[in-house]
Design a protein around this ligand. Structure first.
Ligand SMILES: N[C@@H](CCC(=O)N[C@@H](CS)C(=O)NCC(=O)O)C(=O)O
Length: 218
């Protein structure tokens, strides 16, 4: 195993894996990735060899195991400070942490009814009133963040790419899969995340993955 190894699930479906993987790519560090296919009889036993919760993602860095997607992102921000994975300004950093935690802990309806499925297209499927409320909240917070970013400071929630963008990246893919209409500010932000080279690398890999999880295909 390499000094820095991330254990992730299927790239097409594992939204929790995408988040710290993007943060890890943003550090520029060399790392090994191990994809553990989800929803198979051996999945849990295999993941338990590396992650105490039996869930991915997990990161092993120089013998230290870190689990939970947001904790991994926090760890990467500390281990690779030059990557500026949080905004430099304390107030902005507090907001970035607030919205990242909000994502980690919330949006249950959107997560349940619009599961990440990058290579598929299900226009408007699963958009209940509760899901629409989650979509409205995400759109509002994206708009609020983008309005605070100075002209020319970068296309992401706080200008340059941060953990907050990694946390919302799976939502960007969901909005594409389920063809959710967005206003211009939110669409421009979603397009910027989608266009990230690391994001595109993940999207291509998701498209080429042979594994299919029937429950995410409706
Ligand atoms: N709260 C965890 C959630 C992790 C999670 O639910 N991972 C799913 C894949 S996206 C998993 O490992 N599932 C394995 C299984 O269900 O056997 C985090 O943020 O990392």
């Amino acid at each position: 195993m390499a000094d820095l190894t991330i254990f992730i699930g299927n790239k097409n479906y594992s939204s929790w894996s995408l988040r710290p993987w993007l943060a890890l790519k943003a550090t520029g560090a060399a790392f090994e990735e191990v994809v553990i296919p989800l929803d198979e009889p051996t999945t849990r036993a295999t993941i338990l060899k590396y992650s105490p919760t039996g869930r991915v993602p997990a990161l092993i860095h120089e013998g230290l195991t870190v689990w939970e997607s947001l904790a991994i992102c926090e760890y990467l921000a500390e281990a690779f400070p030059e990557a500026s994975l949080w905004p430099a300004d304390r107030a902005q950093r507090a907001i970035a942490r607030s919205i990242s935690t909000e994502m980690h802990a919330g949006f249950q309806d959107m997560r349940q009814h619009l599961p990440m499925n990058i290579r598929s297209s299900f226009p408007n499927r699963g958009v209940t009133a509760e899901v629409q409320a989650d979509i409205n909240r995400v759109s509002a917070l994206w708009r609020e963040c983008r309005k605070r970013v100075a002209e020319g400071a970068g296309p992401f929630l706080f200008g340059g790419f941060t953990v907050a963008d990694a946390m919302y990246a799976p939502v960007v893919t969901r909005f594409r899969t389920y063809k959710i209409e967005l206003d211009d500010i939110c669409q421009a932000y979603a397009d910027a995340v989608w266009a990230l080279p690391a994001m595109q690398e993940w999207v291509v890999a998701a498209g080429n993955e042979p594994m299919i999880i029937e429950t995410s295909e409706f």
